[in-house]
Write a protein that binds this ligand. Structure first.
Ligand code: PNS
Length: 162
């Protein structure tokens, strides 16, 4: 039986820290679904389809394994998606104790709801200070986000717009 894991998040936009976790997950599980989910608690910068496309490009550019699916979910609970695709595990990247405190209640609720376990994965500490919200702020104020995001994302964010 193939072991499927879901890596969910806002990915607004995907960062090098996210990509690091996605790569580690792909080495650990047979199949990994990177799932872009709208978080109503956050003000979005990019449309969901754009986030999916940027992740796909980053995964391709990084030559990650061919067992990664990138998609989005807006039909309800995260665990409903997990059940639909037969995923028994959710992977979350943990940068600090703050992330543990944020993620733990969701992990327990997801297990209560559908028996889906959450595994906390530690990214490379080099990315510990990187967050999508920081990237959004630096980009909005004209700063260089290249050290924090895949090249496709920095090119997209820094491209001139009308
Ligand atoms: O990157 P984020 O914003 O921290 O990701 C949070 C996300 C989108 C994974 C979380 O809000 C989520 O799982 N939303 C889906 C709705 C749901 O299932 N809620 C109950 C989970 S406790």
């Amino acid at each position: 039986m193939s072991r499927i894991a879901v890596v969910p998040g806002s990915f607004d936009p995907v960062t090098l820290g996210h990509l690091d976790v996605i790569e580690r997950a792909a080495k650990t599980f047979d199949e990994v679904h990177v799932l872009v989910v709208h978080n109503p608690g956050k003000t979005a910068l990019l449309p969901i389809a754009q986030r999916v496309s940027l992740i796909e490009q980053a995964v391709t550019d990084a030559h990650l394994q061919g067992n990664i699916v990138v998609t989005s979910w807006s039909m309800g609970l995260l665990v409903d998606y997990c059940t639909d695709v037969g995923a028994s595990v959710i992977i979350k990247g943990i940068r600090s104790q703050v992330d543990v405190a944020y993620e733990t209640p969701m992990a327990i609720v997801n297990r209560d709801l559908a028996g889906v376990e959450t595994i906390f994965m530690l990214p490379n500490p080099a990315h510990a200070h990187v967050s999508s919200s920081l990237v959004r702020q630096v980009a909005a104020l004209g700063g260089d986000v290249a050290p924090y995001v895949p090249r496709s994302v920095s090119e997209f964010l820094q491209a001139p717009r009308d």
